[in-house]
Ligand binder design. Structure first.
Ligand code: ATP
Length: 321
C-alpha cells in the first residue's frame, strides 16, 4: 500500500453521523464509517462510489463544511474544523449545486472573488479558456446547468488554490465542455495542484485519476491506480488479467477443440463468438494456429480488457442504491 509523500489531504478513520432522524425513531445515522484516504500534490485523486456512498459528506468534512463525528483530518497540514481564513484561501471548492449567487453576472462575480486573493489567476485567460465569455452578460439564474458548472469551476480556481475539490466535475457538461474542463484539470495537476474529485462515473475516473478510492456505504472497499484496480481479483500467476476476445467467423465452430474448456465460450448469434476469462498468449496462439490449419479467416477480431465499471460492480455489488 502506498504511503503519503507530499499530502494535501490526509483522512484517517473518518466517522460522520447525521441526525437524529425521525425515520430512525430519533436515532443518528452513520453515513461515513471509518474512511481513510490521502491525496498528493500534483495528482488527481478520485473518490468513486455509487449514489449515497458518502463521497460528498467525506469531502464536506474535509473542507470543514460539516463537522466530523470522529477520526482525523489534515488539510494542508491543518485541521479543517479549527483552521482559520488562511487555510480557506489556499483551497478551491466546486460544489455539486454550485452555490453561486443567482442575481450576479459571471464576470463581475469572478472579479469580486479574485479581489479576495493575493495571487489570483489571470481572469481573462480563465474566462476564455472555460468559454465563459460566450455567456458573460447573462445573469447566473438564467445560465444552463453546464454553463453554471463551468462558472463554478472558474470561481473555485480564480484564487489559484494549492488544493482543489471537485464534486462531480462533469455533471451537466456536453462533450466539448467536458473535454475543455478535463484538459484544464490535467494541466493544473501537472503544474502541481492537488486535485480531489468525487464521481460515480467510471469513465471520468478512468480518464482523469492518478489514484482511485472506491467507497461504498461510507467505507473504503478498494483503492489503487486505475491499472491496479483493473487487475483487481483477476490476476493469475503470470499477471494476466481477465479479458474478452470477440470475433466473427463461420457459424458452428468448435472453439473448445482449439483452446480447451477452461474459458467461457459463447456463440451469441450464429458466427459471433465471445471467449471470456484469463486469456493467455498461448490461447491466442492455439486459436490462430487452428484457424490457419482449417483455413478460417475471421471477419472481425477484438480483444478487450475489463473496464473499471466491471471492477466497480464486482466490488460494490450490482444492487441499485
Ligand atoms: N443530513 C442528512 N440526513 C439524512 N441522511 C443524510 C444526511 N446527510 C447525508 N445523508 C445520507 O448519507 C448518505 C451519503 O450521502 P452523500 O451525499 O455523502 O453521498 P454521495 O456518495 O455523495 O452520493 P451522490 O453520488 O448521490 O451524490 C446518503 O444515503 C444520504 O442520504
Amino acid at each position: 500500500m502506498r504511503s503519503p509523500e507530499s499530502p494535501v489531504l490526509n483522512i484517517d478513520g473518518l466517522i460522520k453521523d447525521v441526525g437524529p432522524l425521525a425515520s430512525l425513531d430519533g436515532k443518528m445515522l452513520r453515513v461515513v464509517s471509518g474512511l481513510s484516504m490521502f491525496a498528493e500534490r500534483g495528482q488527481i485523486t478520485a473518490l468513486l462510489g455509487a449514489n449515497g456512498a458518502g463521497k460528498t459528506t467525506t469531502l464536506e468534512c474535509a473542507q470543514g463544511l460539516q463537522k466530523r463525528t470522529g477520526g482525523r483530518i489534515e488539510l494542508l497540514g491543518d485541521d479543517p474544523d479549527t483552521a482559520g481564513a488562511n487555510l480557506r484561501s489556499r483551497v478551491g471548492v466546486m460544489l455539486q449545486d454550485g452555490g453561486l449567487p443567482p442575481s450576479a453576472r459571471p464576470i463581475p462575480l469572478l472579479r469580486h472573488i479574485a479581489g479576495m486573493y493575493q495571487n489570483p489567476l489571470p481572469l481573462e485567460e480563465l474566462v476564455e479558456r472555460l468559454g465563459i465569455d460566450t455567456f458573460s452578460r447573462t445573469g447566473i439564474r438564467r445560465l444552463s446547468g453546464g454553463q453554471k458548472q463551468r462558472l463554478s469551476l472558474a470561481a473555485a480556481l480564480i484564487g489559484n488554490p494549492e488544493v482543489l475539490f471537485l464534486d462531480e466535475p462533469s455533471a451537466g457538461l456536453d462533450p466539448q465542455s467536458r473535454q475543455i474542463v478535463f484538459e484544464l484539470i490535467a494541466e493544473l495537476r501537472d503544474a502541481g495542484m492537488g486535485i480531489i474529485l468525487t464521481t460515480h462515473l467510471m469513465d471520468d475516473a478512468q480518464r482523469l485519476a492518478d489514484y482511485v478510492y472506491i467507497i461504498d456505504a461510507g467505507r473504503n472497499v478498494a483503492q489503487g491506480t486505475v491499472a491496479e484496480l483493473l487487475s483487481h481479483g483477476h490476476e493469475d500467476m503470470a499477471g494476466i488479467t481477465e479479458r474478452t476476445l470477440l470475433f466473427d467467423a463461420p457459424a458452428g465452430l468448435d472453439i473448445a477443440a482449439a483452446i480447451g474448456n477452461e474459458l467461457t465460450i459463447t456463440e451469441s448469434r450464429a458466427g459471433s463468438y465471445a471467449v471470456v476469462g484469463t486469456l493467455t498468449p498461448e490461447h491466442l496462439a492455439k486459436l490462430t494456429a487452428w484457424w490457419a490449419e482449417k483455413g478460417i479467416m475471421p471477419a472481425s477480431l477484438r480483444l478487450e480488457a475489463r473496464s473499471l465499471e466491471d471492477v466497480f460492480l464486482d466490488i460494490s455489488g450490482r444492487d441499485i442504491r
